[in-house]
Design a protein around this ligand. Sequence first.
Ligand code: HH2
Length: 271
Amino acid sequence: MVPIEERFPRPSVMGVVNVTPDSFSDGGVHLQPAAAVAAGWRMLDEGAAIVDVGGESTRPGSAGVSLEEELRRVVPVLEGLRGAPISIDTAKAPVAQRALDLGAELVNDVTALRGDPAMAEVVARGSAYLCLMHMQGEPRTMQVAPSYDDVASDVAAFLEQRLRFALDAGIPEERICLDPGIGFGKTVEQNFELVRRLDVLTALGRPVLVGFSRKSSLGRVLGDRTATTGPLSASVAAAVAAYERGATILRVHDVRAHVEALTVAVAIKQT
Ligand code: HH2
């Protein structure tokens, strides 16, 4: 099996397809399977290395969906994207298993193997890559009062502990990437500090995935104190800054603009 850093060289773009009515920025847009499938193929055409399919919104305040509903949303989309490089954004082991059976190659678990006790085994048994993400609290309440001693070192300590847990469960290290979880139990300033100090996370020795695309901190730093999303221009700036500080995979909704911006950033780095 190819190590994740070879399969997804720095920088690689992960396109987001949310098959949900309520995702914070694209809720409802891809609820029909045909629309979601078309969006996935289009993102690959635009240069995404992989497409992240999710059937449960984790936006601040969200309550979660049942297993049956999540399967009902994602399975037709996974079937329509057969043969494409797919990531499954789920915290439920049966959804991950079904996705792996349908050819998914990465499990993106925003609970870092804490949501479903069966998840670690599903990943260990298969040959998929795994993303372990930091979240303080749970989506329903995570933005109420985020609190850290030192956000970068607290997030790093958590990810190191979850990496150890995954290794102990038999998941090879070379299959794992880590993610600071932008917007998951963090203030605006904490989100920006995590990107500013991304070296604290890359020091853990695993590739880092960053998902800042469209998140509300981008709208808020632009002056709208009640923003729930951020614009494309700000998303691209955050992705390029994260890449410059060592991020390997950028999780984004607008693939073409990010691929173009990152291509320029790479060209500048190389000259
Ligand atoms: N962000 C979201 C969902 N999944 N996974 C990883 N690894 N990293 C992230 O930053 C991340 C994620 C939230 O964004 P989105 O999927 O657009 O919204 P929603 O959760 O409302 O569906």
